[in-house]
Design a protein around this ligand. Structure first.
Ligand SMILES: NC(=O)c1ccc[n+]([C@@H]2O[C@H](COP(=O)([O-])OP(=O)(O)OC[C@H]3O[C@@H](n4cnc5c(N)ncnc54)[C@H](O)[C@@H]3O)[C@@H](O)[C@H]2O)c1
Length: 446
């Protein structure tokens, strides 16, 4: 199939590269000419495992990038919309979605034959049928269902594992206004045999995406709230509590080898305490759904609570620091991890941001280290934040070390701290390290 994709961010570029790998002819469209040039040179503008290799293999063959949206749309059978849908503080901001729908609609005016428009961005229920379809009809002068199809195909990839998530999906949701639109979405994924494909209308497809993110946000905040209570009650370690919870037959399965062992589903990784969730999806999507509920008169109390708990969670880091450093003024503090999760350079809504800002406000001298997000950190904090170029250097002279992101490299931290004298206190914001492996250890929910 010939596809055009609007937006070459995490979702658009990964979708484009993976669909090209699966045999489709893909044109990735972006407004950002520098990004487009990089992609056409086979360089990924984002840090994502396996993406460079896919670009090298497909660019100039089945994959290309362009700023010429009109030409790319005219030369394709389907256009996917994969642009950002930020939360503007009050509601989801659909300006990029509307702009894409307008460009596609204006192009369809002069395009003979049937075309399918598929929304891949995360949009609140009702957007594809209510906003995108209307703008398309108005701008094209054509009729949805007759002249063009409209589909909704939410994306579930996780940054850092985006390529493998896309190539081995757990499900493919094929939303559409009619069977023809759903057939087109399903045909796009013909080379993914054995993957459950769920055909729905567009609003249900939109809601499936929000339900998935809302569940994860709630599990994280639930775990954090319990951990915070345990820490104050004393003599309770959240890691043991969560281990006990995971052993429930609802959260474990007998091992397939029949030796009496157990397997744990991946959902359990969200039932663990930490310094809070971040990223470009959970905070904004939960906020957008809460706002959407409010707008239609349905209070979303539980989801609102997950946001409130999350916003307070960095306080736990400061509670633990204060046990060792009553004042942070002029103290050398090292922050390990800037990205919101490991294996990505994405710092959007990362808990590292409020933590660094508060450390700076309280007068600490902060040095950060991140294996992939140093450039993003410099961009965000400017010269106000020292960023070390190695884990070893970041720890030199530290009086306190805060672990914020579960990067694999940080498994080396206990050995490195043992070689320092005096040893700094370590505040483990992810309960990643063994509490006995560091002399002066503090952790969330301990
Ligand atoms: N990042 C994730 O992990 C993830 C996962 C699932 C779903 N989503 C959803 O996918 C959507 C895209 O997210 P992202 O993280 O890839 O966004 P992003 O911000 O990384 O990328 C968006 C891209 O769209 C481009 N763009 C904006 N307007 C355009 C236009 N009119 N024409 C062409 N290009 C345009 C921007 O220049 C940018 O490169 C969002 O709705 C997001 O919620 C994201």
């Amino acid at each position: 199939m010939k596809i055009s994709i609007m937006g070459t961010g995490y979702v658009g570029l990964v979708t484009g590269a993976c669909l090209a790998e699966k045999g489709h002819e893909v044109s990735c469209i972006d407004l950002d000419a520098a990004k487009v040039d990089r992609i056409n040179r086979g360089e990924s503008p984002i840090f994502e495992n396996g993406l460079d290799a896919l670009l090298t293999r497909n660019i100039g063959k089945r994959l290309r990038a362009t700023v010429d949206a009109k030409a790319a749309i005219l030369d394709s059978e389907m256009t996917m919309i994969a642009v950002g849908t930020p939360f503007d503080g009050e509601r989801i901001d659909l300006k990029y979605i509307r702009a894409c729908a307008r460009t596609i609609g204006e192009t369809l005016k002069s395009k003979p034959g049937y075309h399918v428009v598929v929304v891949k961005s995360t949009v609140v229920p009702g957007t594809t049928d209510g906003v995108v379809l209307s703008v398309l009809e108005e701008a094209s002068g054509k009729r949805a269902g007759a002249d063009f199809g409209v589909g909704m195909n939410p994306e579930f990839l996780t940054e850092g594992e985006a390529v493998s998530d896309f190539m081995e999906p757990d499900r493919i949701v094929c939303g559409g206004i009619d069977e023809r639109s759903r057939d087109a979405v399903e045909a796009l994924y013909a080379a993914f045999p054995g993957v459950p494909k769920l055909r729905t209308n567009n609003s249900s497809a939109e809601m499936i995406k929000y339900s998935s993110n809302a569940l994860l946000a709630n599990l994280i905040s639930f775990s954090n709230e319990l951990a915070n209570l345990g820490a104050v009650l004393g003599n309770i370690d959240t890691v043991e509590v969560m281990k006990g919870l995971h052993l429930s037959r609802y959260l474990s399965l007998p091992d397939q080898d029949g030796n009496g062992g157990l397997r744990f589903p991946p959902i359990n990784s969200f039932l663990m305490a930490g310094c809070g969730f971040g990223g470009s999806c959970l905070p904004k999507d939960v906020s957008a759904l809460v706002a959407h509920g409010k707008a239609v008169g349905v209070p979303m109390d539980m989801l609102q609570a997950s946001l409130t708990v999350n916003a307070r969670q960095p306080d736990q880091i400061f509670r633990l620091l204060a046990k060792h450093l009553p004042s942070l003024k002029d103290k050398r503090v090292t922050v390990l991890g800037l990205s919101f999760r490991p294996d990505t350079n994405d710092m959007r809504e990362s808990p590292s941001i409020p933590i660094i800002l508060r450390l700076q406000k309280e007068g600490a001298r902060v040095t950060a280290y991140d294996p992939a997000a140093a450039e993003e950190g410099r961009h965000l904090f400017g010269t106000g934040l020292a960023i070390a170029d190695s884990l070893e250097k970041s720890l030199e002279g530290a009086e306190a070390v805060i672990l914020i992101t579960r990067w694999k490299e940080f498994e080396r931290v206990p050995a490195l701290l043992a070689s320092l004298s005096p040893q700094p206190v370590l505040v483990d914001g992810r309960r990643m390290l063994d509490k006995g492996s560091v002399k002066r250890y503090e952790g969330i929910g301990l």
